[in-house]
Design a protein around this ligand. Structure first.
Ligand SMILES: [Ca+2]
Ligand SMILES: [Ca+2]
Length: 315
């Protein structure tokens, strides 16, 4: 009976490999969307399986089928024959064993929506005139030529500049509005830093990203769980996740925001669950206390939409 036990664990290993490959294929097909052809990823998955497991393990007649079930689900079916080895010595058992694997991936469609800041503040003591903007970042449209060369277009892939707050005296009352960045855009921050003389008589809102005073902002890529990646990273804000709005205060006031000069900024760019908050703090001068410009945002919510929010396996 030793040979029988060996083959059972071998079949279990093959089953595990096939399930992994079927899951990967289902996810890959879901990512491509319903309008894309199925033939290419199906062929790729089938070839990958045969190459990885080899003809000693798997009969080359392996079948792999995939289809969309409605608009949200991808089904993958794998049917194959595992070659017997030691199993042959056990009478009455076929040298090949049929194996069937099923996988289902589901696409969740939603748009990420942000509410206006709960709080935004530019320290009047900041030496420069500072103004914070929202803008929409479209990574697929960005100018990929060399930013140091003439003709580079900072505005390409970045638009809807929307002022949020400044440290004019008195601060300008900007309308509370968050641009709708659509299904391909990512809400991001731009910080405009100019000579302190503008605190008395602020310049008009910026119309573009070019020029010395208007560098590119901090390009963000948002994820379904409220986390984001940084692309631009020019102004390096400190980010802190706050479980409650009350926590988004300096530690000396009972919150969780670190204080003190000459610090490395904390970066809590990870998941931002609905109902929680994220604090952003920028440095205006050179004492690195990262509290000269501050904004508190509610974590984004997700509403029904046509953007792929996440893809997961249905087990
Ligand atoms: Ca400072
Ligand atoms: Ca400060």
């Amino acid at each position: 009976m030793t040979g029988y036990a060996v083959d059972l664990s071998r079949i279990q290993n093959v089953r595990t490999s096939l399930q992994d490959q079927a899951d990967a294929a289902a996810i890959a097909i879901a990512k491509r969307g319903k309008s894309a052809s199925l033939a290419e990823p199906v062929e790729f998955a089938r070839n990958t399986i045969l190459a990885e497991l080899g003809p000693d393990t798997l009969d080359p007649s392996l079948e792999l089928r995939a289809n969309w079930d409605g608009t949200t689900d991808v089904e993958v079916f794998v049917n194959g024959k595992v070659e017997g080895t030691l199993m042959r010595i056990v009478p009455g058992i076929s040298p090949q064993t049929d194996i069937g694997i099923y996988s289902r991936a589901r696409v969740e469609y939603a748009n990420t929506e942000f509410k206006p800041p709960k709080y935004s503040f530019v320290d009047p003591e900041a030496d420069h005139y500072n103004r914070i903007y929202f803008y929409c970042y479209y990574p697929d449209d960005i100018d990929t030529s060399d930013p140091s060369l003439p003709g580079y277009d900072y505005n390409k892939g970045r638009d809807q500049l929307t002022p949020v707050s400044d440290n004019a005296e008195p601060p300008t009352a900007y309308p509370v509005a968050v641009p709708d960045c659509g299904e391909d855009g990512n809400l991001s921050f731009k910080r405009e830093q100019m000579d302190g003389k503008y605190k008395k008589n602020p310049p008009p809102p910026a119309s573009d990203f070019s020029g010395t005073a208007y560098g590119p902002g901090d390009d963000f890529i948002h994820k379904a769980d409220g986390a984001f990646d940084r692309r631009g990273d020019r102004f390096n804000p400190e980010t802190i996740r706050c479980r409650t709005e009350q926590q988004c205060k300096p530690k000396s006031q009972g919150g969780v925001i670190p204080e003190g000069k000459n610090r490395f900024p904390v970066r809590e760019d990870g998941a931002c669950p609905v109902g929680e908050f994220r604090y952003f703090g920028w440095e205006d001068g050179n004492d690195d206390d990262f509290n000269d410009i501050t904004i508190i945002m509610e974590c984004p919510t997700r509403t029904a939409g046509d953007k792929i929010s996440r893809i997961y396996l249905v087990k």
